[in-house]
Design a protein around this ligand. Structure first.
Ligand code: SAM
Length: 199
């Protein structure tokens, strides 16, 4: 089974598990968008659209996801907000370089098979001076995390990776600098990170 198939099966249940647990953290992550002038924002791996209630109205949004069933739920949530939804792969974004003022990477960087390619693509489509908002679960450099690494071969096939070290992913994209990094949930396993692209 690949992620596209498994997320099609997960779609009907996703919100029941993730809405309440992540609502406040999403609000914290996306608060910075409110103070920005109107721009173009990409939500990569938008899923069922749990970020949508936190999106301020002045921007234009594009949401991309691999899974049609997740996008169908996002579409219902997006009514009334300028959100264009596209089916596609975050490893190969179908957008021109420097097209967006901000990119949201919530629960996608540690999900996809190749997080370095995902972050490099986010950086490519981001304009210089733009911002990337990350919310995800990461191992710390050198962390042994035996049970997470043991489960990873199974979980990475149908839901998420458990072995991604953010610092290793970031090091592969030298255009980006880390502006902010704070623990978000589960004793700091989940983190809120803001990255900027050098102007
Ligand atoms: C854990 S969910 C996160 C959804 C949403 N970002 C959130 O915060 O709730 C992961 C999402 O990534 C999507 N996905 C997985 N691999 C992808 C890929 N290569 N390109 C685009 N989306 C992908 C899945 O379909 C799923 O909707």
């Amino acid at each position: 089974m690949n992620l596209k198939h498994s997320y099609a099966l997960i779609a009907p249940f996703y919100d029941a598990f993730l809405t309440a647990t992540t609502h406040a953290v999403r609000g914290r992550s996306l608060a910075a968008l409110s103070g920005q002038p109107p721009g173009d924002v990409l939500i990569a791996g938008i899923g069922t659209g749990l970020d949508i209630p936190h999106l301020p109205p002045q921007h234009r949004y594009v949401g991309i996801d691999l899974t049609r069933a997740m996008l169908a739920k996002a579409r219902r949530r997006a009514i009334g907000l300028p959100v264009r939804l596209v089916q596609g792969d975050v490893h190969r974004l179908p957008f021109a370089g420097e097209r967006f003022d901000a990119v949201v990477l919530h629960l996608i960087l540690a999900v996809v098979p190749d997080p370095k390619a995902c972050l490099a693509e986010a950086a490519r489509v981001l304009r210089p001076g733009g911002c990337i908002f990350v919310f995800d679960k990461f191992l710390k450099p050198g962390e042994r995390a035996l049970w997470k690494r043991a489960l990873n071969p199974l979980t990475r096939r149908f839901a998420t990776r458990l072995d991604v070290v953010f610092e290793e992913v970031l090091a592969a994209t030298p255009d980006l600098t880390r502006h902010h990094d704070e623990p978000a949930m589960a004793d700091g396993w989940f983190r809120l990170i803001q990255l900027g692209k050098r102007a």
